[in-house]
Design a protein around this ligand. Structure first.
Ligand SMILES: [Fe+2]
Length: 196
């Protein structure tokens, strides 16, 4: 079994003007693809070769972990994004308010987390032992390695925004949080998390 690059869940121009076709061509077409290619090469002589992507992530470290986690992180990230109008249900909004006070406070916490992360990594909304939390991970690290369930993420590696906004990570994060959250996907992840 080899790991393949999943299809994008939208047209490559669907996130414009916030995330350009050129960014998608590099970020999905080159970077995400390279993680898939590297992983398949690294798995050739590994006992993890026949395992699922999640099993590989949970049972590896070093280059196999880095590439498998980055394959998972990017597939998850694409699914977090849409320019279609989506809204969280009132039930899910109540849960966010219970954990953060207000929806605005949760978004602000995510924004600060994404902007303040030093170097490359990810900002997340996660489900952790019955609570919703905002977290940061460095490089390829991801919630499942910390017994948390990912609900939403922002990729803050420079390759996610450098073509569109150069070094202005804050602008990329604001554009994404203001315009591109796929609430349907986030809430699906929440419902799966509470039923596990
Ligand atoms: Fe990325």
């Amino acid at each position: 079994m080899s790991i393949s690059l999943p299809q994008l869940p939208f047209e490559p121009t669907a996130l414009e003007p916030y995330i350009s076709l050129e960014t998608i061509n590099y970020h999905y077409g080159k970077h995400h693809q390279a993680y898939v290619n590297n992983l398949n090469r690294l798995l050739e002589n590994s006992p993890l070769k026949e395992k699922s992507l999640e099993e590989i992530i949970m049972n590896s470290e070093g280059p196999i972990f880095n590439n498998s986690a980055q394959v998972w992180n990017h597939t998850f990230y694409w699914n977090c994004l849409t320019q279609k109008k989506t809204e969280p249900s009132s039930e899910f909004v109540k849960e966010i308010e219970k954990n953060f006070g207000t929806m605005e406070k949760m978004i602000e916490t995510l924004q600060q987390s994404a902007v303040s992360l030093f170097g490359s990594g990810w900002a997340w909304l996660v489900y952790d032992a019955g609570s919703l939390k905002v977290t940061q991970t460095s490089n390829a690290d991801l919630p499942m390695k910390h017994n948390q369930i990912a609900l939403f993420t922002i990729d803050v590696w420079e390759h996610a925004y450098y073509i569109d906004v150069r070094n202005d990570r804050a602008k990329y994060v604001k554009n994404l949080l203001d315009n591109l959250i796929n609430w349907v996907f986030v809430e699906e992840n929440y419902k799966k998390a509470i039923n596990q």
